[in-house]
Structure formats: C-alpha cells, structure tokens
Design a protein around this ligand. Structure first.
Ligand SMILES: NC(=O)c1ccc[n+]([C@@H]2O[C@H](COP(=O)([O-])OP(=O)(O)OC[C@H]3O[C@@H](n4cnc5c(N)ncnc54)[C@H](O)[C@@H]3O)[C@@H](O)[C@H]2O)c1
Length: 332
C-alpha cells in the first residue's frame, strides 16, 4: 500500500495538532487542509490556539499544502483515502456523512455526535460502505491512563474499589469557542466536550455503571459546564467524576485520577505529570507518567494501522464512543 492520502478538516486547536502528527507519520501524505475561514489557518498557527500546548507547527511546514474552504470542494478536486474531521461537534455528523458518501475513511474528533440517531446512522453508513470510522478519544491513548487501564485489567494491585477522575479548564475562548459562548448550549457544554473524556475512559476501562447520581452547574457554554457525579457498580466499585470549565479563561488546564486498589492507591495529575505515584502502607513508588501528548500521535497512528491492516479500531470503536454520549445524557 502506498501512502495514505489524507486531509485535515477544521484547522483550529485540534486540526493543528493532527496536522503536526500527520506530518510526522511516514505512512501519510497530507494532501489538503480545509477550513471554512482559510484566513484562520495562518492566524491559528501563530496564535497557538488551545488551553495547553500540543506542540504546534510553523507556516513553512504547510506552505505547499493545498487549502480549501469547504470539504465539498476538496473532495471534488482531490483523491482522498482519509480525512481527520476536527470541527466543532455540531458539524461532526454533516461532514462525516459527506466524507463517507465520497468513500473516504474518517478519524473524527470527540465527542462523536450529540444526536444519538445521527451517530447510529454514521456507524451504519461506514459499515455498509466498508469504511473506517474512529472517534479520537485521546485519553484512551495517553500513557498514564493506559497504565491505569492495564492495572485494572491485570489485577496487579488487586481489585479496583474506588476511582476518582478530575478535569478542569478555564472557559475556552480560542477559535470558534468565542462564538459558542454567544450560542449558549450549542457546544454541548463541558459535560459533552470536556468531562466526556473521563466518562469515556471509565466506561471503557471499568464498564457501564448500575447507577449514576450527579450535580451539574451552568457556565458560559451550557447548563452543565460543571459536573460532580457518582457512579456505582454492583461489583462494589465506586467512581467519582468531577470536572468542568466554569473557571476564568486563563485557569490552567488540569486533569488526573486517584485509584484505590486492594493492594495500592495510585495518583496521577497533569500538573505533576512526570510520575504516577503508587502508594502502599509501607512505600511510595514512582512510575514514569509518560508524555500525555503521545495520546494525539498514538490515536492517529492507530487509525493509520487500522486502515493499512484493514482492521476494526478495537481500542476505540465508534459504538463505544456513542455509549459515552448516551451515558453523558444520564447526568442531566
Ligand atoms: N481531544 C482533545 O483534547 C480536544 C481538545 C479541544 C477540542 N477538541 C474537539 O475538537 C473539535 C474542534 O475543537 P477546536 O478547539 O479545535 O476548535 P477551534 O475553534 O480551535 O477550530 C475549529 C476550526 O474549524 C473551522 N470550521 C468550522 N466549521 C467548518 C466547516 N464546516 N468546514 C471546515 N472548517 C470548519 C473553523 O473555522 C475553525 O478554524 C471539537 O469537537 C472539540 O470538542 C478535542
């Protein structure tokens, strides 16, 4: 198989991040960048949009890449094998459907689709056309969280009894997020945009809970920009999720987990990411936390491997990403 011809659709925080990783993957040829506001391309590179740095690229690196202002025009002019769709969630359905109808495989940013039936339709369309659909749930690919998943699966520290996951950010004010503040509710709010990372990780690693209780608070984007939830399992596992973006814009992004296993308690925070701390009654062990940014290259490289090997994205199935959306609705 030759190089996979790929385009990036939406060149904001996530579009730039995916572009950077596409340029590093020797199996990919970046054919085009699509942004409905092409003037954003230069601006967003230089302004370093986002609530933390994922690395970034220079104008020079994309100087020879074709630019389109719509996916329709790009599809009409280019032979694409795949595209990464990194626009805001309210356009995930429309653009993914457009790509599928043109026979193009899709890596779609999270959250999948806020409308469940639209998500189901996309899953069915991909299956009928034999195309790959993967939702970019980056946390599943971050080294510290992968380690936690492995400890849960392997039972190395005994059974998991308690898991607390947190994720806080200032209210996003880069790129189109400023518009979303005016269109209150249209982004799905922090519940579906931010805390969905933890909802998704927990349902993937621990399973679907028997009961959910939650407290939500409104912010600038929606009625649920803060969430404090308790998930209970018949097995006895208790989970707490707390997160949101009700803080002022410059509030530093932070996420992490505390896990209580039978034989050890484990804590990790993005504010001190070098080590995961494993504490027993007698000692404290430091385990390298890895580079969280590897989550972004990891998810892209996995998508490419699935395309090359013609395999399903078992680590990140779209059905599972849709399950996370369904669980999200149980908090409101
Ligand atoms: N995985 C993560 O860590 C993470 C972080 C932030 C955002 N996200 C997700 O990524 C998506 C995008 O968020 P962002 O922060 O990158 O947004 P952004 O506002 O920085 O960028 C969005 C870009 O898409 C462009 N766009 C909008 N509609 C378009 C269309 N129809 N065709 C082509 N381009 C279009 C806009 O002009 C803008 O440049 C969202 O779904 C968000 O939830 C994921």
């Amino acid at each position: 198989m030759g190089k996979i011809r790929i385009a990036v659709v939406g060149f904001g925080f996530m579009g730039i991040t995916h572009t950077m990783n596409i340029l590093k993957n020797p199996g990919l040829e970046l054919v085009a960048i699509v942004d409905k506001n092409p003037e954003n391309i230069r601006k967003n590179i230089n302004e370093q949009v986002g609530n933390f740095s994922t690395g970034g690229i220079s104008e020079k690196e994309i100087a020879n890449i074709k630019i389109y202002s719509s996916l329709e025009d790009c599809i009409a002019d280019e032979q694409l094998d795949a595209c990464v769709i990194a626009v805001h969630t309210d356009f995930h359905y429309k653009l993914t459907k457009l790509a599928f109808e043109a026979g193009i495989n899709v890596l779609l940013e999270k959250p999948f689709c806020l409308n469940i039936s639209e998500g189901e339709e996309l899953i069915e369309l991909a299956a009928n056309k034999g195309l790959l659909l993967m939702i970019a749930h980056v946390v599943r690919f971050m080294p510290a969280y992968q380690k936690l998943k492995n400890w849960i699966d392997s039972g190395e520290f005994g059974n998991l009894n308690f898991l607390s996951m947190t994720r806080f950010s200032g209210v996003p004010a880069w790129g189109q997020w400023k518009e979303k503040q005016k269109e209150f509710g249209s982004s799905g709010g922090a519940l579906f945009d931010l805390v969905i990372h933890d909802i998704d990780f927990i349902q993937w690693a621990v399973g679907i809970p028997e009961s959910i209780e939650s407290t939500i608070l409104p912010g600038k984007l929606s009625r649920h920009d803060y969430l404090n939830a308790r998930w209970k399992y018949n097995s006895g596992i208790n989970v707490k999720i707390e997160g949101g973006n009700i803080f002022h814009t410059a509030f530093p992004f932070q996420a992490g987990f505390s896990a209580g296993f039978e034989k050890a308690s484990i804590v990790y925070s993005s504010t001190n990411p070098e080590n995961i701390i494993v504490a027993t009654d007698t000692e404290t062990i430091k385990i390298p936390g890895g580079d969280a940014m590897e989550g972004y290259s990891g998810e892209l490289n996995y998508f490419v491997d699935c395309l090359k090997n013609k395999t399903k994205p078992e680590k990140c199935m779209p059905e599972s990403a849709l399950q996370s959306i369904k669980l999200g609705y149980k908090h409101v």
